[in-house]
Design a protein around this ligand. Sequence first.
Ligand SMILES: [Fe+2]
Length: 471
Amino acid sequence: MKKIISVSMAIIMLLQVCVFAFADFNVSKLTKPEWDVLYDSLKDDNTLPMLCVGANESEVGLCWHADKDTAVAQVRLADNAEMNKAKIFEGETTESENDEQVVCRVTITGLEENSTYYYQWYTDNGWSESCKYETKSFGNHKALVIGDIQIGGQTESTEVQSQNGYTWNSVLVEALSKNPDASFMLSAGDNTSTGKTAAEWQTLLMPEALRGLPLALAIGNHDKKGMMYNYYTNMPNEYYGEYFEGLDRDFWFRHGDVLYLVFDACSPAAADHMAMAKEAVEANPDAKWRIGVMHQALFGPGYSVLDPETSILLNAVFSPIFDSYDLDLVINGHSHLQGRSHFIYESTVVGKAESGETYTDPFGTVYLNTNAICDQNSFGASSMYTAYSFFDNDVTTYTTLEFEDDTLKIETRRGDNSELLDSLTLKKTKDFNDNGILQKLHRFIYKFVEFLGIVYQKIDNVVVKIRGGHF
Ligand SMILES: [Fe+2]
């Protein structure tokens, strides 16, 4: 009887959220007992979908697992919850990590801005319930940023996963309730902890808010411990390169005036990372802003500054790409500490970026470091690069990037009550110059880095084998 009541409550909660409560992410916080009911009802159900960012603002992707005997990679889209005059989008199925299911991936195209849609995906039991998805402004827009969701707590314990899921859901609901105009969410990687279990992705996908919020997830070293990322995501413009191996991939997407470049920083294949950046930049010559995402923290507060693998090797691979293509902001995670750098160029502070200030046409790149959602144990100290740091490990955080005409406002807030911690505004009046002498010099010298990157990759393969996975 208890089980029937629990499942019924969970179904009612899901239906409420999917059909009724999504106006402007009008989600309410669940208590821990309410979350536990939801968690228990969904933990054995490996079929929740992920809404993913599209290649541009008029697209979103969907990805879900389905029984291999009945799977149909189709999504229905309509402007009403009854799904009258629904349009069908077809995708493809590919093998999954198990023998019973396949992965369905579909891209929805032709979306219009500030519009309300309802979608259904084809499940093991036919069409799913209809979920509401509201597009926001296509030009000026707001992105949410988090890092190290790290579901799993480095164990496979369901108790830990449920607690992680509760924390993740609480931050999501807090961020969305205060930012109903957010278009999507960027994660700086380590979305999961072991990278090896379907259960981690299921927990990550449980928050109902995610049925209406597209995700852009970078790969972190913990995701890289297994191959699960490969079966649970549908990122746009994935770049598989010439030297990338296994799970390795970069991707990019465009939203309004902004080009987002997401790097798999666990791969040292420098030539592929530079080639992806070149492809993305050349396909988007009119983008006003360039935002990078990579997992490891190059100039954040924390031990990464002292870690030679990050501060020397990854710095050598990635900094020249960011300098060469003049990225405005690079988002990192990994250290589980919130912080932000001054303006950096060639690993040197070239200008102050004080909290609360506005800078017009600054030279150099700002590096933003995200705190972890789960697994917040860490330690750190400010360095010469640090403009802002927040070392309270018990407090989650989230950041918003707000693009409005020629300004980018970066604000970091507490994940429990949205108190403002740090802000910085960048104003841009000039276009990028990708063909200056310095830029060309960076790319010329980088040929040497590309060669060393291949050597590093070979050594890294051996080290990873000895370690039994990526750190
Ligand atoms: Fe990490």
